[in-house]
Design a protein around this ligand. Structure first.
Ligand SMILES: [Zn+2]
Length: 319
C-alpha cells in the first residue's frame, strides 16, 4: 500500500480514538475504554500480560486500559502532536498510530487538555501552533528530522517557552548542526552519531527518582531500542529513566549508531545510562526526551505509556 508510506498530511483536531486499522480497534467494556491491539486483550492485569509473554500471544488479545488522572484539577492546555510518516514495517516506528493512542489517552485522563494531531510531518499551516502549550514530536530523525527545514519557527516557539517532548528516533538530529543546537535548547539533549548508540535491549528500571513525570510509576523493565549515551547540554538534565546497559549492547562494530570507544568504556564500567530525561530551560519552558518507542506494542506497557503521558502534561501545563 503506497499510501501508508506517503507524506499525505492530515490534521486531526481532538480526534476520536481511531487507530491504525491493522493494529487497533476500539472496544468498550462498561464505561472503561479499551484499546485493543490486533492480535491481543489486556484488561489491566499484569498476570495476563505475563502469561501472554511467557506462553506466546497466539490468538489471545492484549489491549490497553487507559488510567484516570491522579491530579484532581489541571489547568487547560493545548498540545500539538506532530507525527512523522510511518517509516518501518508494521509494529515499529508507527508514528501515526502511536500519536493517536497517546493523544487519546491524554485526553481520556485530562479532559482539560486539548489535542491536535498532525499526521505526515510539519504542518503546512503553521497557525496550528498559535496558543499551543506543548509540541510532541514522534517522527524519524537524522537528516530527515522534521525540524530541520523549519528551524526558524521551531526556535520562535522555543522563544516563547513552548514545552517539547521528543520520542524515539525524533531525538536524533545531525551532529553539530543548527538542528542539534535547537534540540539541545528544546530538550537538553539529542542522539549524536558516533557518540550515542541504538541497540535493542531490555532495560531494568529498578529505581525511579521522585519527579512529577515519574508520579505513580513503579519500577519496570522493558525491551526496546533504547538509545543511550546521549549528548546532553553542559549543565546536564534531570535523569528520569536510567539503567545499566548489558554487554550485549556492544556486540556490534563501531559505527555512527552502533558503537564507539567512549561508550564501550562506559558500558564496561557499568555506568548507568540515561534513557529518559526532563529539562527546564533557563529562559522558561520545559522539555522531555524518551529514547524508547521503537515498538508500537510497547505503548501497552502501563509504566512506559503513563510516564510519557505524565511528561506531556508536565511540559504543557504551566507551573
Ligand atoms: Zn527505532
Amino acid at each position: 500500500m503506497g499510501v501508508k508510506f506517503s507524506t499525505l498530511q492530515t490534521l486531526d483536531r481532538n480526534p476520536q480514538p481511531a487507530y491504525h486499522a491493522r493494529l487497533y480497534q476500539l472496544t468498550t467494556r462498561g464505561d472503561t475504554p479499551m484499546y485493543t491491539f490486533g492480535r491481543t486483550s489486556l484488561t489491566g492485569s499484569c498476570l495476563a500480560l505475563l502469561a501472554c509473554l511467557q506462553g506466546g500471544c497466539g490468538s489471545a488479545e492484549i489491549s490497553v486500559q487507559f488510567h484516570p488522572a491522579t491530579a484532581t484539577t489541571t489547568p487547560p492546555a493545548r498540545v500539538v502532536f506532530l507525527a512523522g510518516p510511518d517509516s518501518h514495517l508494521p509494529g515499529a516506528h508507527e508514528h501515526e498510530a502511536g500519536t493517536a493512542l497517546l493523544s487519546a489517552a491524554l485526553r481520556e485522563r485530562q479532559p482539560s487538555i486539548e489535542t491536535v494531531n498532525v499526521y505526515g510531518g510539519w504542518p503546512s499551516d503553521e497557525s496550528i501552533f498559535e496558543g499551543a502549550d506543548a509540541l510532541v514530536m514522534y517522527c524519524d530523525g537524522g537528516d530527515s528530522h522534521l525540524v530541520i527545514d523549519h528551524l526558524q519557527t521551531f526556535n520562535r516557539l522555543l522563544d516563547r517557552g513552548i514545552g517539547v517532548v521528543a520520542l524515539h528516533y525524533c531525538v536524533e538530529v545531525p551532529r553539530g548542526s543548527p538542528a542539534a543546537d535547537a534540540m539541545l535548547r528544546a530538550i537538553g539533549g539529542y542522539f549524536e552519531t558516533w557518540w550515542s548508540v541504538n541497540p535493542h535491549w531490555t532495560a531494568q528500571f529498578t529505581r525511579l527518582p521522585p519527579h512529577p513525570v515519574t508520579r505513580a510509576i513503579a519500577p519496570f523493565s522493558l525491551e526496546d531500542e533504547w538509545y543511550f549515551n546521549m549528548r546532553f547540554v553542559e549543565g546536564g538534565v534531570t535523569p528520569l529513566l536510567s539503567a545499566v546497559a548489558p554487554p550485549s549492547t556492544m556486540e556490534r562494530w563501531n559505527g555512527p549508531h552502533s558503537g564507539n570507544d567512549a561508550v564501550r568504556k562506559l558500558v564496561a564500567d557499568g555506568v548507568p545510562q540515561v534513557l529518559a530525561w526532563a529539562f527546564e530551560r533557563s529562559g522558561g519552558g520545559r522539555g522531555f526526551g524518551y529514547t524508547g518507542g521503537h515498538y508500537h506494542a510497547n505503548w501497552e506497557n502501563d509504566a512506559a505509556r503513563e510516564l510519557v503521558l505524565n511528561a506531556i502534561e508536565w511540559v504543557a501545563v504551566k507551573p
